[in-house]
Ligand binder design. Structure first.
Ligand code: AMP
Length: 417
């Protein structure tokens, strides 16, 4: 079966078409600037063995239109700037697609940010599921409405195809209350569902399962997963089940990230509001979008910050030192929370590619039994690799994540049940 994986943002729509016979990616791409004030919409796509193609299309107002564009591209109706007309919506058969007919798409899997406490696993999309995603909009005010737009767009253009929602929060629902509750009065939890939810769950779940397959760990095994990308989070897992995570009610908490500040004293918000005459929303926007590596070093991309670190730039040195310091504190605290650690896994853009970052993450953690093999660490890049020294008590691995495949696997399972 071929499965279309959709990740809809407020003005973007990412897609991947995966052949589940061999779990290979047939095509992938991205529609950007949907419904924005920009005069054009951008389409980027590629498929196996082909170069990345980029097109500027006439403005696309809705996610449903963006879905039509994606489906046209997949069947080989190639809209060009000149041909595309938002009014007649007609596309012309000019390129070669990857499928002959839309009927080849067996199911659609959607990434959905916030499942709240309702969803502990993925679910087949029906009216009740949509209502529950709507109910969780207060918890994911930017993402859940966008995810719903993606779902509705697919229902419009592929009405007979089963659809599945895969939640970013679901994996972390196994956390016990002592880990997910905040120590504020109970009514804030019972009335408003204020608690830690955790994110990147699809990635953590994929890595947790792969770790159990690869590492031959004993029963009761304790694993810390470091998903280190532009957004970063840690999870602590016992026997592959999440018992704690670094993100909170929103993805702002935890590590120093590309643009997010991570953990800080919440009193900072009121202090800044008073002193800078800003609203709480403006302060949170600053903490989400202008902080982290960007706020400290002026660049959110780890590669650029590393280059400046190497050049001896003081702001970059501080940013990199803080990034590593906070990360090490979390690794140590999760090891303490679980009463030990058997394996430490690195994944996502930084975790998979940045040997210096991985070395920094475990610097001084030999007392926990974590010891890298410097050569193996330096060579590991984007491939499943053990990077710990032979005499390291804790196994350390690089395992590339694959969120789209995890979504496609869930979708296949639920759509064919
Ligand atoms: P992701 O959000 O998983 O796509 O990860 C993006 C982050 O990974 C960015 O900060 C990139 O700079 C970082 N990254 C990718 N490759 C490398 C590399 N070779 N060295 C350092 N950071 C990298």
């Amino acid at each position: 079966m071929k499965i279309l994986v959709i990740n809809a943002g407020s003005s973007s729509l990412k897609f991947q078409l995966i052949d589940m016979e061999n779990e290979s990616v047939i095509a992938k791409g991205l529609v950007e600037r949907i419904g924005t004030v920009d005069p054009t919409t951008d389409l980027t796509y590629e498929w196996e063995g082909q170069k990345i193609k980029q097109k500027q299309l006439k403005k696309c107002d809705t996610h449903a239109k963006a879905m039509e564009i994606v489906l046209d591209v997949l069947v080989g109706k190639d809209r060009t700037d000149a041909e595309y007309d938002a009014n007649d919506g007609k596309a012309h058969l000019t390129g070669t697609g990857v499928i002959g007919d839309l009927k080849e798409i067996g199911a659609v899997g959607h990434r959905v940010l916030h499942g709240g406490e309702k969803f502990t696993a993925s679910c087949l999309i029906d009216d009740a599921c949509i209502a529950a995603i709507e109910e969780n909009i207060p918890l994911g005010p930017l993402h859940n409405p966008a995810n719903l737009m993606g779902i509705r767009a697919c229902q419009e253009v592929l009405p007979d195809v089963p659809q599945v929602a895969v939640f970013d929060t679901a994996f972390h629902q196994t956390m016990p209350p002592k880990a997910f509750r905040y120590a504020i009065p109970n009514e804030y939890y019972t009335d408003l569902h204020i608690r830690k939810y955790g994110f990147h769950g699809t990635s953590h779940r994929y890595i947790a399962a792969r770790t159990q397959e690869l590492l031959n760990l004993p029963k009761g095994n304790k694993v810390i997963i470091c998903h280190l990308g532009n957004g970063s989070s840690l999870s602590a897992c016992i026997d592959g089940k999440c018992v704690d995570t670094s993100m909170g009610i929103t993805p702002l908490d935890g590590l120093v990230m590309g643009t997010r500040c991570g953990t800080l004293d919440p009193a900072v918000v009121e202090f800044i509001c008073n002193r800078k005459n800003m609203t709480p929303t403006e302060v949170l926007n600053m903490m989400n979008k202008k902080s982290g590596l960007l706020g400290l070093a002026g660049d959110s991309d780890m590669r650029n910050v590393c280059a400046r670190y190497d050049a001896g730039e003081p702001n970059a040195i501080l940013a990199i030192e803080m990034w590593g310091y906070v990360l090490r504190k979390y690794i140590g605290s999760f090891a303490a929370a679980m009463g030990g650690v058997d394996a430490l896994i690195f994944t996502a853009g930084i975790g998979e590619n940045d040997a210096a970052g991985r070395a920094r993450a475990v610097e001084g953690l030999e007392f926990l039994g974590i010891k890298l093999d410097p050569e193996k660490n330096a060579a590991a890049r984007g491939k499943e690799t053990k990077i710990s020294a032979d005499d390291s008590r804790v196994q350390v691995w690089v395992i590339p994540t694959n969120e789209e495949l995890a979504i496609a696997r869930d979708t296949l399972e639920l759509a064919t049940k």
